[in-house]
Design a protein around this ligand. Sequence first.
Ligand code: ADP
Ligand code: NA
Length: 328
Amino acid sequence: TARPRVLSGIQPTADSFHLGNYLGALREWVTLQREFDAFYCVVDLHAITVAQDPAELRRRTRVSAAQLLALGIDPDRSALFVQSHVPEHAQLSWVLECLTGFGEAGRMTQFKDKSTRQDADHVSVGLFTYPILQAADILVYQANAVPVGEDQRQHLELTRNLAQRFNARFGSTFTLPEPKIPQETAKIFDLQDPTAKMSKSVPAGVVELMEDPKRSAKKIRSAVTDNEREIRYDPEAKAGVSNLLVIYSALTGRAVSELEAEYAGRGYGDLKKDLGEVVVEFVTPFQDQVRGYLDDPAELDKILGKGAEKARSVAAETLRSVYDRIGF
Ligand code: ADP
Ligand code: NA
């Protein structure tokens, strides 16, 4: 009766998730709990690869966990935990680092992208090796599946290579994780520049789930569209309108074609106003729930403690056999 296992993590690097995080990743987490034995973690170890503030990190870790709960992660079904509460991640990571070639790590394109955006003296070795920590995050739970976007494919390949290398050298130990192509995720674009991905690094065009809902509605009303009048899904020619339709469809469960029909002959102003209301209706109860978790720190600690306990019971078993096989 064992369900296949899935692992995913998200960094606590902001005070709020945004609509892109939700529709592009977290919504899928909620769905996957039905079919999978899910392990979901707030990856605070990954958050210190770049400069960070301790009080902010602590706050953001809790806000992230509270948001995951409010979005529908069920702690009775899934293990919801904080990565640093399970020391086996870092322990396995060291073992895997010793199996990774320097050149092999250097070929990770995400590192090249991220490191070139920063002053070379401030690029940490942790940022360089974080894909190996990611491999440990996955392998320590013997995960069968990992939901991955395009930008993470190379890291999952590294994870599989490291698992195979360990298994070949020391005996079968790790499950080889398969990429899980997300079923119902959408790429969400920036409201002010609908050719760019919605991202927390560009505040003007992002809908933050924790911001004042009125502000979100206003951002949607001032979203960049085009000079035509037609409400039609055409991501090439009408990126802004298409983005609004995708968000609308995802939040209401109504097909884009149905929305096109409903808005035929109507103006962009109507679409934006209505979508603003849809967003307000979604985030208002969500924010109430998040506040409920944040106002009851003992309850949140209890949930995260239980999640870490479940996670550790699996992770410790994996680490025991790893240590045994390598001669510790
Ligand atoms: P950001 O791009 O704002 O820094 P992260 O890189 O922390 O967000 O992404 C966390 C998760 O959310 C990842 O799974 C990522 O693929 C997803 N995600 C982020 N932005 C978007 C977006 N605009 N559309 C769809 N998914 C997104
Ligand atoms: Na990012």
